[in-house]
Design a protein around this ligand. Structure first.
Ligand SMILES: *Cc1c(COP(=O)(O)O)cnc(C)c1O
Length: 400
């Protein structure tokens, strides 16, 4: 039976839990920065699956790694060893200057994992009294969708109706050093924070904030945990966004683009002290660190570096940002970004970002609104100047 796009949308709405409100575009094919819908219309992907497709859709070398590994061995569980895991560890540690790795599947699982690890570290190494560990997080954070994580979200739609929540979290404003200083107690084990707040609308920290925060954390034996699940792996024009701050976080979470857009995998990357507290049997995941995920992740990292995607993100990001800044429009309130993590904030009187995303879709660009008034623009890192010119012409037309 042939399904039209409308048929497919209708079935989704009837049978699916409607936990998303997607643009009504039904995609069936992708290549590089482009995706095609079921009617053959072509679009520039300006979301990159929230940065999970940094390397572009259907990257041929990552696809080949997936095909080859799936023909050899896909899953062992961690009850046995596999020949991909050690190689993945070695390559990601060398690239990110980490000492230890714990692989999981989704970003939220990496966040849950680090919460467990820093709490245990607090009890065993810092001497925090049992069940008293505190973790500091920021307002307007986004760290995932599990019960623990939404419990420290400040977004009502993420949180309302899902309690009771786990205790042990303190929320402070993002970018506020004095608030961080006040929030730290002898029981604080970690400060969990995004180096740039993505879902909040691409909020860039004040200069020197994180250098001071790291210093304060060091003095108080608090682990600085950077959630780089969205900002990491080239998105901001550096391998990790922490490089813009001139620091190295104690613990870094990666996910999303580690998948190359093909096969979910996330990881906690840590100094040796924290992950060493986890002993056999205390944490795990059936699929975490499986050989297929490891082989895909190894190639996802390799192409980012070898094919110059990180430099391209920096260069094209600058070009795109300059182009957006020079758009003449009376409804643009702000334009900001780092690398190819860009956002256009609209005037609150413009009627919200969603209708503009609908109009951009008609022009052939798929963008996602966030927090009512902001359109974020984060294409795959393989975008070129002429693609950006093409995009700017259309964005200019829609926002004029
Ligand atoms: C997407 C995201 C997560 C959650 O990742 P999932 O794979 O969706 O569970 C966590 N933190 C940040 C910053 C993210 O952008």
């Amino acid at each position: 039976m042939h399904y039209s796009a409308l048929d497919l949308i209708k079935v989704e709405k009837e049978l699916g839990a409607n936990n998303y409100r997607p643009l009504d575009v039904v995609l069936e094919r992708g290549e590089g920065i482009w995706v095609w819908d079921t009617d053959g219309r072509k679009y520039l992907d300006c979301l990159s699956a929230y940065s999970a497709v940094n390397q572009g859709h259907g990257h041929p070398r990552i696809r080949q790694a997936l095909i080859e590994q799936s023909g050899r061995l896909s899953l062992t569980s961690r009850a046995f060893r596999n020949d991909q895991l050690a190689r993945f560890y070695e390559e990601i540690c060398a690239l990110t200057n980490s000492h230890k790795v714990l692989p999981m599947n989704s970003g939220a699982e990496a966040v849950e994992t680090v919460i467990k690890a820093v709490r245990k570290w607090g009890y065993e190494e810092k001497g925090v009294p049992e069940n008293q560990a505190e973790i500091i997080v920021c307002a307007d954070n986004f760290h995932g969708r599990t019960i623990t994580i939404v419990g420290f979200s400040t977004d009502p739609s993420s949180r309302n109706g899902f309690g009771p929540f786990a205790p042990g979290f303190r929320v402070i404003p993002f970018g506020d050093m004095a608030a961080l200083e006040r929030a730290i107690t002898p029981n604080t084990v970690a400060f969990l924070v995004e180096p740039i707040q993505g879902e909040a609308g691409v909020i860039i920290p004040p200069p020197d904030y994180f250098r001071q925060a790291l210093d304060l954390c060091r003095r108080n034996r608090v682990q600085l945990v950077f959630d780089e699940i969205q900002t990491g792996l080239g998105r901001t024009g550096k391998l990790l966004a922490e490089e813009h701050e001139g620091i190295e976080a104690d613990i870094t979470l990666v996910g999303k683009a580690l998948s190359g857009g093909f096969y979910p995998i996330s990881a906690v990357l840590s100094n040796s002290e924290v992950l060493s507290v986890i002993k056999p049997g205390e944490h795990g995941s059936t699929f975490g660190g499986n050989p297929l995920a490891c082989a895909v992740a190894r190639m996802a990292l390799k192409v980012l570096v070898e094919e110059g995607m990180i430099e391209n993100s920096a260069n094209m990001g600058r070009y795109f940002l300059d182009g957006l800044k020079s758009l003449r429009s009376n409804i643009i309130a702000d334009v900001r970004g780092r690398g190819l993590m860009l956002a256009v904030e609209l005037d609150p009187d413009a009627g919200g970002a969603r209708p503009f995303c609908e109009k951009l879709r008609e022009e052939g660009l798929l963008c996602k609104d966030t927090h009512d008034h902001t359109i974020r623009i984060s294409p795959p890192l393989v975008i070129t100047k002429s693609d950006i010119d093409w995009a700017l012409e259309r964005i200019g037309r829609v926002l004029r």
